[in-house]
Structures are given as C-alpha cells and as structure tokens.
Design a protein around this ligand. Structure first.
Ligand code: PHE
Length: 338
C-alpha cells in the first residue's frame, strides 16, 4: 500500500515537471495525453485497482482521483498561459505607459495649398495644373523672356536636355491654360517648382508656388489689388495690410512685388521680417500684350492680371516654421505637429 502511494507520488512529480516545462501547446498536449489520456498512465493505474486488496482500494482510489484533478487543473492553467496573447502574463508590467498610435495627416504644405484653393474658389477661380517638366518655350519664350535673360541660365534652372527643363515657376500654366481655352480665364495653379539654389533656412531647390491668372475684357490693376487683399485677409485675418512695390517681370507690365504686413509682430518689426514690418510674398502684374500674342489672344480685346505666390512662405508664416528645409526632410517628429 505505501509502495503504491509512493509510486503515485513519483508519477505526480514527473507529470508536474513535464507540464511546467512544456514549451508550447503541442508539447503540453502530448504530456496531457500520456498522463491523463484514455490510454495514459493514470488510466492504466485505475484499471489495476481491481488487483489490490479490498481494504486499500478506497484510499488509493481517492488519492488517484485527487491526483487526476490536480494534474488536470495544472494542465489547464498551463494551456491558458501558452495560448494567451500576453506571452509572459506573470512578468507584464501594467504600469508602463502605453505606445501612442499616430494618425497620418496632410503635409503642412498641402494643408496650405488646400486653404489657398478654398479661398480662391470662393472668388470664382478654378484650379488648373501643368507638369513639373515643361518646355523652354512655355517657361520663357511664350512668357516674353529674352534669350539672354539670367533665369534661363544653367546655373539657375535645371535642364533635362536642350529645350526641356524642370519649371522654375508655375507661370508655365498661364501659357498652357490660355493655349487650351478662350477668354475669359480665371484660374489658380498650385504646384512644385525647381531652382538651382543652395539650401538654407529660406531657400530650397524644390519649392511650391501658386500661380493666378485672370483674363477678361476690362480687367484692371485695381482688380488685381482687390483679389490679393481679399486673399490676405481670408488667409491671415482682417488686420493684415498689403503693399505693392514697383518691379519688373518680362511677362507683366506694369509689374509689382507684393508684401504682407508681418503677422508675427503685427508690423512693428521682428526677427522674421528683419525689422521691416513687411514680408515679401511674390510678384504680380498686368499680363504683357506679348504674352497674349504668343497664345493667340487679342491684346486689343482682353486684359488680365497674373500673380505668383510663395506657398512655402505662407506655410512658414501660418505655422511659424523657421526653416524651409523642414518642409522637405519629412522628419515625422516635425510632421506630427500639424
Ligand atoms: N513667376 C514669377 C516668379 O516666379 C512670379 C510672377 C507670377 C510674377 C505672375 C508676375 C506674374 O517670381
């Protein structure tokens, strides 16, 4: 009798160790099978009970049942651990901070483009597009730019091959649009531009412009001013001021550069506006009759205005970004802020 109890104890220790050491579910299943299965060790011992003398049978039987229950409980617990998704349930530290999942969003430049498009849509403009790679004709000739103009120089513009280049401005889309449709025209065209500039805090060889073009009968410089001023107010609020300075562009006459009052310091002067109180946005002017002739419009019948707009500049002012390069490095630590 004590022999058989000692034997059961050995079986118990053996089974416990095997269950505890089971490294995966398959190993555990085979351990369960060999001890608790229908043809397992415990079943075999049960079948031998009949051979025992009748007095010791109840005690051994009870011990056997208890052993079966213990091993079954242990095996169940172990199954739970092995199939749980929290692999080491005992060592998992619930007090550690969780990992934050970040949601993707539009790039700050694209958010600004969306806003610009919205504002101009409200004034009746539609969006036109053109390719980043375009002809020298669309970039310069049709825009009344002389053969020897410095902008055509290899040191300023990226050429793909003779006559084909990465556009240095979105003014190409003025030409493409007027070639494709008759007046009236009222479009804006946001897009990428390329210039052979060395990158620094305010220069990037890739940047964004938004072109504007309005052609109809009796369009005046006053209309141009009205549209730019309305844009400035919608974009930066009613207190903004706009200033036009005389300038020269081959494709507009008269031409101007235009500035917005510095929204960082309210026009009082700060580091961003270099104490001038003004920030340069881009150029504008009345479409030169030569440009109308190049696209087959009659300069005696129609007039128009065109403007450019530095999208990077506007984005930097809108979000107070101090370095244009941040917009092109795609560092998620930066992009997550918008
Ligand atoms: N294309 C000019 C530039 O890139 C801006 C401009 C557009 C000026 C339209 C006048 C009219 O600087």
């Amino acid at each position: 009798m004590s022999e058989i109890l000692a034997f059961l104890k050995t079986i118990e220790d053996e089974a416990k160790t095997a269950i505890e050491n089971a490294s995966d579910k398959a190993v555990l299943d085979s351990v369960i099978y060999s001890y608790l299965g229908r043809k397992g060790k415990l079943a075999e011992i049960s079948r031998g009970l009949g051979k025992l003398d009748p007095q010791s049978r109840p005690q051994v039987g009870a011990r056997l049942n208890e052993l079966k229950k213990r091993l079954t409980d242990l095996a169940e617990k172990k199954t739970g651990i092995l199939t749980s998704t929290l692999t080491s349930a005992d060592t998992f530290d619930y007090t550690l901070p969780g990992k934050r999942a970040f949601v993707g969003r539009r790039h700050p430049l694209m958010q600004t483009v969306d806003r610009i498009v919205n504002i101009f849509r409200g004034m009746g403009f539609s969006v036109a597009t053109g390719p980043d790679i375009d002809t020298e004709f669309n970039n310069f000739d049709a825009l009344n730019t002389p053969e020897d103009h410095p902008a055509r120089d290899l040191s300023d513009t990226f050429y793909i091959r003779k006559g084909i280049l990465l556009r240095p401005h979105t003014s190409t889309v003025q030409i493409r649009t007027m070639q494709a449709q008759k007046p009236p025209v009222r479009i804006i065209s946001p897009g990428r531009c390329y210039r052979s500039d060395t990158p620094d805090a305010s220069h990037s060889p890739v940047f964004y412009q938004c072109e504007g073009l309005f052609v109809d009968e009796h369009v005046t410089f006053g209309d141009l001013k009205g549209v730019i001023i309305q844009f400035a107010k919608d974009m930066f609020g009613p207190r903004i001021k706009v200033r036009f300075r005389p300038h020269f562009f081959p494709f507009t006459e008269p031409s101007a550069e235009y500035d917005f009052s510095c929204m960082i310091c309210g026009g009082n002067g700060c580091r961003v506006c270099k104490n001038s109180g003004w920030l340069e946005i881009s150029g504008a002017g009345m479409v030169d009759p030569e440009v109308f002739r190049a696209v087959g419009y009659d300069p005696d019948r129609v007039t128009g205005f065109a403007f450019g707009m530095g999208v990077d500049r506007i984005t930097m002012l809108r979000y107070r970004i101090g370095d244009i390069r941040l917009l092109y490095e795609n560092d998620v630590r930066f992009l997550r802020q918008f």
